[in-house]
Design a protein around this ligand. Structure first.
Ligand code: OSB
Ligand code: MG
Length: 370
């Protein structure tokens, strides 16, 4: 597979409801879309970085810099036998995993399209459809959270996740349990809002029979999480703390978590994501696919990885309509039956760019050729 041309695009797409972060509220999804061309076909990738470094250290500007100055030049004009060579060629780059992942994802898509095979199958996927859940952000009131849960349960979402922080945790969870009963698959994500000093509060959450508590402690910790997991019945899930296969191995060895949220971008691409999946599967640890409010290209990559057998818990890849009135792919990512997304049987990621939406939402394009 020869990499003949690479196109980078800065995109800005309105989101339906403002997205609350520790930096402020976001009204648009801003990201970088990568298109790799070769042999008369193209492959699509999408960065999962945000415009501000609140989730990890990468931003749209660092993505652009790493792609333009290092990653794209390393591949241009090269002939690859397999997409895993992308992370081998760029293995010397420290960090910047979301940047490398955006390009690697496009190369995987091109490779799959050239073979005429669905990406999911080439990754080792075995599912024809995946069950999905939804992630509900911090809301101003418990009532607003309940209204969201009501809406998404009615739409068919298989699992509800709410964001929590000290002072907004036991009340919303208790209210959801009160309204929807103990049978609703419910979990919380703290995005590192607690410390071990909050153990009493976390013990209160432990009493609600949650599916898991995601990333309660520091974003760079696996030691305190092991101490916390030993105190809780509820499985701890790690998100921010797991960047590599070695991180996953160490966290499992220490008992820092009982499940891992795999995000393709956070771990540097599909090859690394598959490796973490395989390790967890060998150890009988269930994994699930996280979300970064991706546009359709990123969602399509998530669907492909979530079709692997170890992804046994519903992920955060909602239908496009959860976040966007208009997405950049066709068909739009939507349920095949309530709470389920079909794994496309078409070549590559199985979604095409919607040229009208692409032009409408592109801020800037740069094309690279040898
Ligand atoms: O921690 O999983 C997270 C969104 C942005 C940044 C971090 C996280 C999230 C989500 C998933 O919770 C949102 C989604 O894709 O719908
Ligand atoms: Mg998370």
């Amino acid at each position: 597979m020869k990499i003949e041309r690479v196109e980078l695009r800065r995109m800005r797409v309105p989101i339906k409801a403002p997205f609350e972060t520790s930096f402020g509220r976001l009204f648009h999804k801003e990201t970088v879309v990568v298109r790799v061309l070769g042999g008369g076909l193209h492959g699509l990738g999408e960065s999962t970085a945000f415009p501000h470094p609140f989730y990890n250290e990468e931003t749209n500007d660092t993505i652009w810099h790493i792609l333009r100055d290092y990653a794209v030049p390393a591949l241009l004009g090269k002939t690859l036998e397999h997409p895993r060579e992308v992370s081998q060629l760029l293995g010397w780059v420290r960090g910047n995993r979301m940047a490398l992942s955006a390009l690697e994802g496009a190369v995987w898509d091109l490779w799959a399209r050239q073979k005429g095979e669905p990406l999911a199958r080439l990754l080792g996927g075995t599912r024809g459809e995946i069950e999905v859940g939804v992630s509900i952000g911090i809301e101003p009131t418990v009532e607003a959270v309940l209204a969201n849960v009501e809406k998404f349960v009615a739409e068919g979402y298989r699992r509800i996740k709410i964001k929590v922080k000290p002072g907004f945790d036991v009340e919303p969870v208790g209210a959801i349990r009160g309204r929807f009963g103990p049978g609703l698959p419910l979990m919380v994500d703290a995005n590192s809002a607690y410390t071990l000093a909050d153990l009493p509060r976390l013990r209160e959450l432990d009493a609600f029979g949650l599916l898991m508590i995601e990333q309660p402690l520091a974003h760079d910790d696996i030691i305190d999480h092991a101490r916390l997991q030993a105190e809780l019945e509820t499985p701890v899930c790690l998100d921010e703390s797991i960047h590599t296969l070695a991180d996953a191995r160490k966290a499992l060895e220490l008992g820092s978590c009982r499940t891992i949220n795999i995000k393709i971008g956070r771990v540097g691409g599909l090859a690394h994501a598959v490796a973490i999946h395989d390790l967890c599967q060998q150890q009988g640890v269930p994994v699930w696919c996280g979300g970064m409010m991706e546009l359709g290209i990123g969602r399509a990559h998530n669907i492909a990885i979530a079709s692997l057998p170890g992804f046994s818990i519903a992920g955060d890849t909602s239908a496009s309509s959860r976040s966007f009135a208009e997405d950049i792919v066709e068909p739009v990512v939507d349920f095949c039956s309530p709470g389920k997304l079909a794994v496309p049987q078409r070549p590559g990621i199985g979604y095409e760019i919607n040229p009208h939406a692409l032009e409408k939402f592109t801020l800037h394009t740069e094309t690279f050729a040898p």
